[in-house]
Ligand binder design. Structure first.
Ligand SMILES: C[S@@+](CC[C@H](N)C(=O)[O-])C[C@H]1O[C@@H](n2cnc3c(N)ncnc32)[C@H](O)[C@@H]1O
Length: 264
């Protein structure tokens, strides 16, 4: 039969937690998230205290060009080695991003088709651009990992017809580099951090989370997803700071977090 090669390629280390303490934390985060979603869904909350969604017109959006590489994949050689793509295979790039891996895959063998998934609309438009250059060889898919089954069936990809899968999880450089996306600490921007951009206006952005969740829930998130030893201290500093004024900018949050620690 057909052998499926899957390359999971991480920026950080993925840890599978099994201790009861960590599961308790996950439950706390899930409860906090549900509360936040419920409050955001009530229109009263959205109009009175939603913290994002209306972009500031004075905030200039930097553009991402398909001509220069917006993200340079590291370990490209190793990824191609383990994928071991053969002519005419079908490859699923689960994290298209700036398309660095997909471009390299297209060059490795003739008639390879790449299914290019990403939840970020900017990445999707780059994939559409690449699809025009390689007619029929790139199929852009806009959505999340959890929507993959539906997206594949929409483009008539049958189960068992994919030869290789690549997952390069994390953020792309173009998400980090564009201050207005709110991922950057080096460039000040609105505290946004939504990978889906404006696709789901009712979904919370980072500012909603930081200004709305209670101290315990914030600490749980920092512990569960950031493995942060000083989670409680940081959560307390955030709650103190937002009493004075809402935290709406990336560098404002960075300063609050830095202020939670005594000077070295
Ligand atoms: C490290 S970047 C990929 C860079 C890409 N390999 C390249 O060469 O340019 C990770 C990408 O995964 C996407 N992503 C993260 N979580 C996702 C999810 N749940 N569903 C779909 N895409 C996701 C992000 O939007 C980002 O563009």
């Amino acid at each position: 039969g057909r052998s499926l090669s899957v390359v999971f390629y991480y920026y950080g280390v993925m840890v599978f937690h099994s201790s009861p303490a960590i599961w308790k934390t996950h439950v706390a985060v899930w409860r906090a998230w549900r509360t936040l979603m419920t409050s955001l869904q009530s229109s009263a909350f959205r109009t009175s205290s939603g913290f994002c969604g209306s972009s500031d017109p004075s905030e200039e959006a930097s553009s991402v060009s398909a001509d220069k590489a917006p993200h340079t994949p590291v370990m490209l050689k190793e990824v191609l080695h383990y994928l071991d793509i053969q002519p005419a295979q079908v490859v699923l790039d689960m994290t298209f991003g700036g398309g660095g891996h997909t471009r390299a895959i297209l060059k490795t063998a003739p008639e390879v088709t790449v299914l290019a998934l990403d939840r970020d609309p900017t990445a999707f438009s780059l994939a559409q651009h690449l699809a025009k250059e390689h007619s029929g060889r790139v199929k852009p898919l806009l959505g999340r990992f959890s929507e993959l089954e539906t997206l594949l069936s929409n483009v008539n990809i049958k189960p068992g017809s994919i030869d290789a899968i690549l997952l390069d999880a994390g953020c792309s450089s173009m998400q980090m580099d564009q201050a207005e996306r709110g991922f950057s600490l080096s460039k000040d921007g609105p505290l946004d951090m939504r990978m889906d951009g404006e696709r789901y206006p009712d979904m919370p952005c980072a500012a909603d989370v930081v200004n709305t969740l209670d101290q315990q829930a914030l600490a749980s998130i920092l512990t569960a997803y950031g493995e942060e030893r000083h989670a409680r201290k940081i959560a307390s500093a955030i709650v103190e700071a937002r009493r004075v004024s809402p935290i709406t900018r990336t560098q404002q949050l960075a300063a609050v977090v830095a202020g939670a620690f005594p000077a070295f």
